[in-house]
Write a protein that binds this ligand. Sequence first.
Ligand code: GDD
Length: 398
Amino acid sequence: MRIDLPVLTERFGANRFYQVQKIYELDGGIEQDDEFSNPFHVIRQIPYERLYEIEKNMAVIIPVKNERLRLLEGVLSGIPHACLPIIISNSQQTPIDRYRMEREMVDSFCRYAKKKYVIAHQRSPRTAALFKAGGYTALLDEEGFLRNGKAEGMLAGMALARILGKRYVGFIDADNYFPGSVLEYVRIFSAGLSQSNSPFSMARVQWHSKPKIVEEGLYFAKWGRVSRITNEYLNRLLGYYTGFETEALRTGNAGEHALTMELALMLDYSAGFSIETHHFVSLLEKFGGILPNPDTESMKAGVDIFQIQSRNPHFHAADKGDEHLGDMIGGSLSVLFHSPVCPDALKKEILGELRKRHIVGKNELPSQPHRYPPLAGMDFEAAAKVYDWTRQSNFIHT
Ligand code: GDD
């Protein structure tokens, strides 16, 4: 990949939030081109051999809930062969067993492609047993199963990736119509993470655009309705502390993102669709220098957050309606509202925004999404003993 150098950086405590980087070439060549070592070069070359080093250590987690099988199959076809796909499904099992259909499709796809994979149902006793044995019970509901929700599926995927020895985790939604964009997202993950010298880093995709049919033509909308609002308030939070207005944060709701395992284990998480905005909240709380953080290693190394704009437009299953969007805005702004680093003045503005949009009633306060502690507290050795997940990832069916 050939990509802009991120010249502007917002530093916030140990966090380095880099400006959005533009891709010049999706394929930047196999080997390092020495011409790019010139310090005056404004474009960075990340050769394929470097991307491959990361991808072979990466699990790509695909959360899925009742999506079309063809879309899921297309997503699988876009994931580079070196990566391990981990599919965490919360699809229905009665009256029609959609999970079984997914399993059969994934199994035969991966047999043909000779690809390793892992698939698990979010609500299965085996998945629950993993977390019980690992002592990470926050994810379990009253019946002892994993809670419902996208974030909860993502956490299950991260734990499995850790047990399987992966060093990086990336996330791709299952409802993507363009396998080529899936390949690009993973390349963005590896290109993003390859730029960091710190073990704690994250790469977030800013979609180039989201095409919509308006009257008889295509309209390439740049901002989703949710991310427009989330980014505005995230930037205001940053600006409040630095004293300078900023537009640095553009990926407040990036469903497509990747982390080093070190960072993935250290952050805490928020339920459902608020998880991506909460990444920023957790970064500011843990590494922002406002609240104490006794972990000297991460505070010294710093945390790199890369934002990269894709070349492909994002074309996914139809918007799930105003109520779903309202839930997403509510979730994203609530995690900001409830953070101890959110100043009172901003809380007031967030409340006004939520009330104006009728997401929160006139005399109500936003409810706080469920929070999950860092996965670092899980006993992975004990969890790994419950079931040999490597058997699955060698495509032996169980
Ligand atoms: N395992 C699991 N469990 N997966 C789920 C669940 C669940 O409870 N709920 C949804 N998913 C899966 C969906 O099947 C899809 O693959 C993915 O999670 C995203 O869900 P959507 O319902 O399609 O979300 P969206 O398109 O509205 O929003 C996406 O993009 C936003 C950015 O615009 C999500 O990725 C958001 O998190 C993101 O902020």
